[in-house]
Design a protein around this ligand. Sequence first.
Ligand SMILES: [Fe+2]
Length: 298
Amino acid sequence: MTRFRQYVNELFHWNEQMKQFLNSQEVEENSELWNQLDVFTELIENTNRELSHEELLQLQAKAENIHEQMESYFKRKQEGVVGTIFVLEKEVPAGGHTLPELSYSYHALEPYISEQIMRLHHDKHHRSYVNGLNKAELNLKKARENNDFSLIKHWSRELAFHGSGHYLHTIFWRNMSPNGGGDPQGILKQAIEDYFGSISTFKKQFSEAAKQVEGVGWAILVWSPIAKHLEILQTERHMLLTQWNTVPLLVIDVWEHAYYLQYKNDRSSYVDNWWNIVNWHDVEMRFEKAADKNWPAI
Ligand SMILES: [Fe+2]
């Protein structure tokens, strides 16, 4: 990975964190801070070429400027509180999962995925996995409190089904962007070429894996911390045929609800079009973290 690409990915990650932070602080949608972050998002998502030193400095100055404005905004809001803005990832208690917000609007992925599909998929289907996971966790909590594990097989199945559904959809939304498409860069590009031979061979295998999932499920690009290489898996439903201790990097949903309203039974076109909205910044960022040499393999 070039230092330039790494820097852009860091900016991308920072930008995502700032959005989460504004969301968590319930900053109004029409706030100037949101506008500035949106402009910044567009700027870095369209950064596909090496920038000159001067352009990089300008980008950095813009990020610093937004950061300063955010600090000043929250200082004004909470008088007397001075400090650096940071995002704490909250621990989720049993039954405490919530539907994650999308960082783009429901119609933003058109014409590749329609607004109607996105709305139903996110607000109805994903929400039902969140509810199912919460229910399973709370019932297992109750089982522990009552020392009654007579229904553990049922709740364990529910936990796996809805938990995998929630986690995979969360990755799926982030794996896409209205400004997506193109090819991966940096060390992810290198790792794909090393293992699969070329980007086009990788895309071919990933597409075929998605098209040939038996029934409903997903195709998933994973990193194996043990083998130290990438792999493409199919999973039926959300949790069958999985390979544990692998890290999902890029996932595509091929359940009928993901495409049927628009593509009918033509899963193939849906999969082919999907590549136009892949958010490689996100995939690269996940890969950088997963492939970190300090990641424990066991
Ligand atoms: Fe889905």
